[in-house]
Design a protein around this ligand. Structure first.
Ligand code: 3HC
Length: 319
């Protein structure tokens, strides 16, 4: 309360968050809350856009028209998820061009998972089942995030994400119940994607720089380790239905914990990929920057058209 006994803006903000109500773009918010949201939402958007590359490289090589159509729909969805999230970030006063400049310049991150190559067709199934499954596990709580635009974007993303996971599971199920060569291809893909997928949930809680504050602001609703454990518990029975083995000899049900114990994650690998030393980091950014440059004429044409309609001379070329 200030001297006159009225609630300060900071107290109003805290009361809103603690009452599980939404903070909206025009509401007062601490600068640190705003910048943490810009950081997380931008990196989430970058992940969606870069995430199109591994699967996109298989659209022309899909084994049937049906699979091609499904994969095209999924990759298009990811582009839309990126747009929802860039739009949510823009409500915090940052421009899309600024965010793209930070991504292209290596000053903002995207998820490590997309720096692994999609080597065979089975990888498309493993990405759908595991990576989108992990994304759903992480994104459902974000539907209750304290920042309105982010929470609403997540609600729409999660509806589409469940299709992504199911189509990946079905693709793997087809292979794992096919020929011996198909079964081997499916198992090989799961072997390669399982551990990098567990890294998607972030470092262990003890090393999470933002986790405690993010949960206090009700941006994150659960810790990295909690969601990772929830994902492992979800995948074990699904792997059983697939007839595939999760590549962790220490994975077993622990009745005392009521969860599955699992082996140690290679955090040195995680830190190396975050640092830019993953298998595909340079290729992913080079592809992204090239696509952005190739799309410059589209942005310029759209801008010129919009300004013509508004009756103003065509402005500076689109950045
Ligand atoms: N890849 C790259 N960087 C990661 C990472 C990962 N898998 N996990 C954590 N980091 C980074 C964080 O960004 C942070 O670095 P920064 O300060 O430069 O931002 C640092 O490691 C410490 O991690 P924290 O736990 O402190 O960071 P957060 O509290 O932000 O938690 C997170 C990390 C769980 C990824 C959180 O940011 C989050 O929930 N983000 C939203 C979901 C998201 O971005 N998912 C990525 C995949 S999107 C996707 O899969 C789409 C699907 O359709 C395919």
């Amino acid at each position: 309360m200030d001297a006159t006994g009225t609630e300060t803006l900071s107290e109003q903000f805290q009361r809103t968050v603690e009452a599980d109500q939404r903070v909206e773009p025009r509401d007062w918010m601490p600068d640190a809350y705003r910048s943490s949201l810009v950081r997380q939402i931008a990196q989430h958007a970058h992940s969606e856009v870069i995430g199109m590359q591994p699967e996109g490289s298989w659209i022309t090589r899909a084994p049937s028209l049906r699979r091609k159509a499904i994969l095209m729909a999924k990759v298009q969805d990811e582009a839309g998820h990126g747009l929802y999230l860039y739009a949510a970030a823009e409500t915090l006063g940052v421009s899309r061009q600024e965010l793209l400049d930070m991504l292209h310049g290596g000053r903002q991150k995207y998820s490590t998972i997309f720096n692994y190559p999609a080597v065979t067709w089975a990888d498309v199934g493993a990405i759908g089942w595991l990576v989108d499954g992990a994304a759903i596990t992480n994104q459902i709580p974000l539907c209750r995030c304290s920042y309105g635009p982010y929470a609403r974007a997540m609600t729409r993303v999660c509806r589409e994400e469940s299709f992504h996971q199911r189509q990946g599971f079905e693709l793997l199920h087809t292979l794992s119940h096919g020929t011996a060569a198909q079964r081997a291809m499916a198992q090989d893909a799961v072997n390669r994607w399982w551990w990098p997928t567990l890294m998607m949930f972030g470092p262990p809680d003890g090393d999470s720089a933002h986790g405690v504050q993010s949960m206090a602001w009700r941006i994150k609703r659960h810790s990295n380790d909690e969601l990772r454990q929830r994902f492992v518990d979800m995948c074990v029975p699904q792997a059983g239905v697939l007839g595939l083995t999760l590549p962790d000899p220490e994975l077993r049900w622990n009745p005392e914990r009521g969860h599955h114990d699992f082996g140690a994650i290679d955090w040195d690998e995680f830190r190396a990929v975050v640092r830019g030393d993953g298998l595909c980091n340079r290729q992913r950014i080079a592809h992204r920057v090239a696509a952005h440059e190739e799309g410059r004429w589209v942005r310029e044409a759209a801008l010129a058209h919009a300004e013509k309609r508004r009756g103003r001379p065509s402005g500076e070329a689109a950045a």
